[in-house]
Design a protein around this ligand. Structure first.
Ligand SMILES: Nc1ncnc2c1ncn2[C@@H]1O[C@H](COP(=O)(O)OP(=O)(O)OP(=O)(O)O)[C@@H](O)[C@H]1O
Ligand SMILES: [Mg+2]
Length: 214
């Protein structure tokens, strides 16, 4: 399956590289501009292949969850920039309280957020609003990713955390199962609320003390 999933973006990458090479050997400015556009496409293809490999690794390997002091707002910013949000999606972040030194496993948390943000962006092909909210109540850190996308059909809702369940032409169905695994490795939970045509909210809750607190 992985071989099959990687073949499409690999073939696309090979094709794009061939075209870029041809365009760069021309002396016309328009050809150069076209090459720049294709390089952006190439970037997306490589990003997609990287996601496939990362998800497979996260799905297969044991996860240790060492907690360190984490600046949660910075981590959310990094995840949104990794997810390459298109201009048609208006992104906002709501942080309640001081989350600059919460104890988390930042690598796992960022992988989860990137997956949730990717799903939200893919659910809003015509654009929309993405809102990421983070807050801490006692020793629980809650981060939710809300979109105004297509929503999830009730029949799908019970399957979305199953491995390889996908409704996308270009999807592996691993993003959520991996996210759930990584959240649970931190002793946390992940829940979803969704309404067809209105959007979805995924909420992760993980135990997290503020660094230095008793
Ligand atoms: N925010 C969302 N809005 C609408 N549907 C969603 C959302 N998040 C997940 N889904 C549904 O859940 C399914 C499973 O999501 P999951 O992230 O596990 O896999 P995927 O996105 O299809 O593929 P990939 O492995 O590339 O992440 C999706 O195919 C989609 O139908
Ligand atoms: Mg996904």
């Amino acid at each position: 399956m992985v071989g099959h999933d990687l073949r499409n973006p690999l073939q696309a990458t090979a094709g794009t590289l061939y075209l870029v090479k041809k365009l760069l050997s021309s002396r016309h400015v328009e050809d150069m501009m076209e090459a720049v556009k294709l390089l952006e496409k190439l970037h997306n293809q490589v990003y997609y292949m990287d996601k496939i490999v990362s998800d497979i690794q996260d799905y297969a390997r044991p996860v240790g969850a060492k907690l360190i002091e984490t600046n949660v707002p910075d981590l959310i910013r990094e995840a949104t920039s990794d997810a390459r949000i298109p201009r048609t999606v208006q992104c906002s972040m709501i942080i309640e309280g001081d989350l600059s030194n919460a104890m988390t496993n930042p690598i796992l948390l960022k992988r989860v957020l990137t997956n949730l943000i990717n799903n939200s962006v893919q659910a809003m092909p015509k654009g929309g609003r993405l809102t990421i909210t983070a807050l801490k109540h006692q020793d629980l850190l809650t981060v939710s990713v809300q979109d105004t996308g297509v929503g999830i059909a009730p029949a799908s809702l019970e399957k979305i955390f199953n491995p390889f369940f996908t409704t996308k032409a270009q999807g592996q169905g691993l993003g959520l199962v991996v996210s759930k695994r990584l959240v649970e490795a931190q002793g946390g939970t992940i829940t979803v609320k969704s309404k067809m045509g209105e959007g979805s909210t995924f909420t992760i809750t993980i135990p997290s003390k503020i660094a230095g607190a008793a």
